[in-house]
Structures are given as structure tokens and as C-alpha cells.
Design a protein around this ligand. Structure first.
Ligand code: GLN
Length: 262
């Protein structure tokens, strides 16, 4: 469905077939919703914020302007982690998801692998509310613990994880202004990765080396052209082996994997 069809179906409470057959009722309230939706859309508000929902890994998730809209690229990360969990020794891992946002990663991992347990953190309580709602919507609340935390600050130092996962903000600060209007209507804190977009990796990678169990995995989404620098940061710790870089469906290096040495 294109964006306008989605907005019409949302405002008139019908599906695409009904829309084209005229099989819907549009009272004054529906028309008002449709007009307001078109106004917002024209101002560059993403369709997902207008309808309040999106799809990720085949699951329905709620979104609002406090969270980044989950991207298809991130499904590449989730699929790879699910594959990893299919392997011996990682069937029921203890996972940290840093900067969970809408909860897309945490909710889809627990939904597709009921054996994993996740600590999902975010710096904003407003954001955690969305993530909690998505866990509830998908029936995985009992397997995810949500923690208000600025990266590792609120995470118990004594806890060690099998997997640390993050899709941190990675747009270079000096590219931010040139982003499309719709993207700039998403939260800047979820996008702006500071100098070269690498600020969060500089913090996450060395600290992950301390917080992972031996043999545990670090899994990070990254932006265009960042894989060499990120591999360099991991190499600098001296703690990681078996680094792997996975491309997204556009052939861009998108997911960084590294394993903590035993
Ligand atoms: N993939 C997002 C975009 O380019 C960026 C997400 C992020 O910074 N983690 O729109």
C-alpha cells in the first residue's frame, strides 16, 4: 500500500480492497481524521506516526514521535541473531538491548525465540512506555525487563550477558541537517551519532568487552561507511575475536558482530 492508501484505510477503518470498492463509511469524524492526516503528511510527518503503528519482523508495533520508526535494515540484525540462537550453546541467552526505542529488537527476538531473556534499556521513560506497550501487545512482557538507563549507567555491574545488542544513533552530526524532512521528524536523540556518527560505538564497544560473558557476542547496527572504524574500535579493546560484517538488502555493511574471547 502506498502512503495515501494507508492513511485513507486508517481514517475510514477499512482495508485496501474495501477502499477501492467504496465499501466503507466515511462520516464527518472519519473525514476530519483523513484531512488532518493529509495535513500532517504534507508537513513531513511519517505515515507510521500518523497511524500510530508499523510492522517489524511480521509483528505489529506501536510507534509515536518519541521513538525511531523501526527500519527493515534492523530485521537483518534480528534474523542473524535468531540464527545464532539456533546454534548450540546459545539457545537461551541472556541479552542486553541498549537503547531499545520502540522495543522492536527485544520484542521480535523474544517473540521468535521464547527462550531468551532480555534486559532492554533506554534513556527516556517516555520511550520505555512505548516499548512496554509493544511487549504487552505481543505477549512477551514476562521475558523482557525494561530499565531506564543512559547506556550502561543503570545496568548492574555484576550482570554479565551472553549477547549485547544495540542499534545506536549513528548518523554523523554534520549529515543531520541534510536528512529528509520525514526523518527529521523522528527523534534526533535516536539518530544523531555525533562526530562521524561513531560517538556511541566509542562508549558501547569498550564497555561491552567488560559486560559480556566469555564467548559472548556483541551485535551492533551501523551506518554507511562505518564498518572499518567500528572494527578498529573492537580490535583496540583486545577482547574481541571472530568479527563479522553483514550487509543489508542494499549491499551496505549494516551489522557488526564480534565475539568476546574465552
Ligand atoms: N537507519 C536509520 C536511518 O538512516 C538510522 C538509525 C540510527 O541512527 N540508528 O534513517
Amino acid at each position: 500500500m502506498d502512503s495515501l492508501e494507508q492513511l485513507a484505510c486508517w481514517a475510514f477503518e477499512c482495508d485496501r480492497t474495501q477502499l477501492y470498492l467504496g465499501d466503507y463509511e466515511a462520516d464527518e469524524e472519519n473525514m476530519k481524521m483523513f484531512h488532518e492526516a493529509l495535513d500532517s503528511y504534507a508537513r513531513g510527518v511519517p505515515v507510521q506516526y500518523i497511524t500510530g503503528e508499523t510492522e517489524f519482523m511480521g509483528l505489529e508495533l506501536q510507534v509515536n514521535p518519541s521513538v525511531l520508526i523501526p527500519r527493515p535494515e534492523t530485521e537483518v540484525l534480528v534474523e542473524r541473531v535468531l540464527q545464532l540462537m539456533g546454534k548450540e550453546g546459545f539457545a537461551s541467552p541472556y541479552i542486553l538491548d541498549l537503547g531499545t526505542g520502540s522495543g522492536a529488537i527485544a520484542v521480535s527476538l523474544t517473540k521468535h525465540n521464547p527462550l531468551c531473556r532480555i534486559v532492554a534499556s533506554d534513556i527516556s521513560e517516555e520511550v520505555l512506555e512505548v516499548a512496554r506497550a509493544n511487549a504487552a501487545l505481543n505477549g512477551v512482557t514476562d521475558r523482557i525487563r525494561f530499565i531506564l538507563s543512559d547506556l550502561f549507567n543503570g545496568i548492574d555491574e555484576n550482570e554479565k550477558f551472553d549477547l549485547i545488542i544495540s542499534n545506536p544513533p549513528y548518523i554523523p552530526a554534520d549529515h543531520y541537517d541534510a536528512l529528509p524532512l520525514e526523518v527529521k521528524n523522528e527523534p534526533r536523540v535516536a539518530l544523531d551519532g555525533g562526530e562521524k556518527g561513531l560517538e556511541f560505538y566509542r562508549k558501547i564497544i569498550p564497555e561491552s568487552a567488560r559486560r559480556l560473558k566469555e564467548g559472548g557476542h556483541l551485535v551492533l547496527e551501523m551506518g554507511f561507511g562505518q564498518s572499518e572504524a567500528i572494527k578498529g574500535l573492537a580490535d583496540d579493546t583486545g577482547s574481541f575475536v571472530q568479527t563479522e560484517i553483514i550487509k543489508d538488502h542494499n549491499g551496505i555493511n549494516r551489522v557488526f558482530f564480534a565475539r568476546k574471547r574465552k
